[in-house]
Design a protein around this ligand. Structure first.
Ligand SMILES: Nc1ncnc2c1ncn2[C@@H]1O[C@H](COP(=O)(O)OP(=O)(O)O)[C@@H](O)[C@H]1O
Ligand SMILES: [Mg+2]
Length: 261
């Protein structure tokens, strides 16, 4: 069992009407690796995240997580089992504070709901304080400069800080697998590299965390990933190190006309 990959994707197929977004996809995700997920627009990358996190139900095939079937589980069940993600489009609540936005990431673990809070302020207070401690500890790992601004609204932050907040929110559940869907979208070249350094720091501090990164900027992929999988029309067309996949003629053909290679 321990020699098996943490996640095993087997013949995974996802159809939307007549469109096949994932076509008998086979791939593994290993503990502790940073895996780059590449492919032209529309090749099925986000769909893979949506199936893996229980948002979509696969048409065929399976995803095993430590040997257990994931397909058919609800997003809450998958999340509780240790898979967290960020979305291609930001899902932060801009008027809310950094603290509120990050704690939402852990809402399912909260002991005390709203009605309870009205009657038991002390218990709520204790839980609230524990959350302040937890969020502060997390920010100290990922983005120490944000600690001082914990109670400022997210709308006052730059794009890169907002992305950091989203990653912190995903890390709140102490996941074993972190899925990042184009985290550098809308950021400058320098911001992208800073964010990637942050992600590499997290990996150093949490060495068993696995990360799957959807990213278009090839020098980021080269710098940060241990291994890459390339999709085209929902199928895997190449797999290997950055050097291996960029030398692959199928990959070069798939990217012809795209600006990324
Ligand atoms: N909910 C959906 N309904 C219908 N088609 C979808 C849906 N989600 C994705 N698709 C289609 O599936 C294909 C793969 O999309 P996606 O996974 O978003 O690609 P990528 O993230 O690689 O750019 C695209 O053709 C897209 O239009
Ligand atoms: Mg996408």
């Amino acid at each position: 069992m321990s020699s098996q990959a943490m996640i095993q994707v087997r013949d995974l197929t996802m159809r939307f009407g007549g469109l096949t977004a994932l076509d008998h996809l086979n791939m593994d995700i290993h503990e502790g690796e940073i895996l780059g997920l590449l492919g032209p627009n529309g090749s099925g990358k986000t769909t893979f995240f949506n199936v893996l996190t229980g948002l979509y139900r696969a048409s065929e095939g399976s995803i095993l997580y430590e040997g257990e079937e994931v397909t058919g589980k609800t997003p809450q069940e998958v999340y509780r089992s240790g898979v967290a993600r960020t979305f291609q489009r930001s899902r932060l609540s801009l008027p809310l504070t950094v603290f509120d936005n990050i704690v939402i990431g852990d809402y399912q673990h909260m002991q005390h709901g709203l009605v309870f809070n009205l009657f038991r302020r002390k218990a709520f207070r204790a839980e609230y304080n524990a959350y302040v401690e937890k969020v502060t500890a997390l920010l100290n790992i990922f983005s120490p400069p944000l600690v001082a601004r914990l109670f400022e609204p997210v709308e006052t932050f730059t794009m890169i800080d907002r992305r950091r907040i989203e990653v912190c929110r995903a890390l709140m559940s102490q996941p074993r697998l972190l899925l990042l869907d184009e985290p550098s979208a809308g950021m400058t070249h320098d911001e992208t590299h800073t964010l990637m350094s942050d992600i590499m720091d997290v990996r150093k501090k949490l060495p068993t965390l696995s990360v799957v990164l959807i990213e278009h900027e090839m020098n980021v992929i080269e710098r940060i990933t241990d291994r890459c999988v390339v999709l085209n029309y929902g199928s895997k067309i190449a797999e290997g190190t950055y050097a291996e996949i960029t030398a692959d003629p199928d990959v070069q053909t798939a990217y012809l006309g795209e600006e990324t290679v």
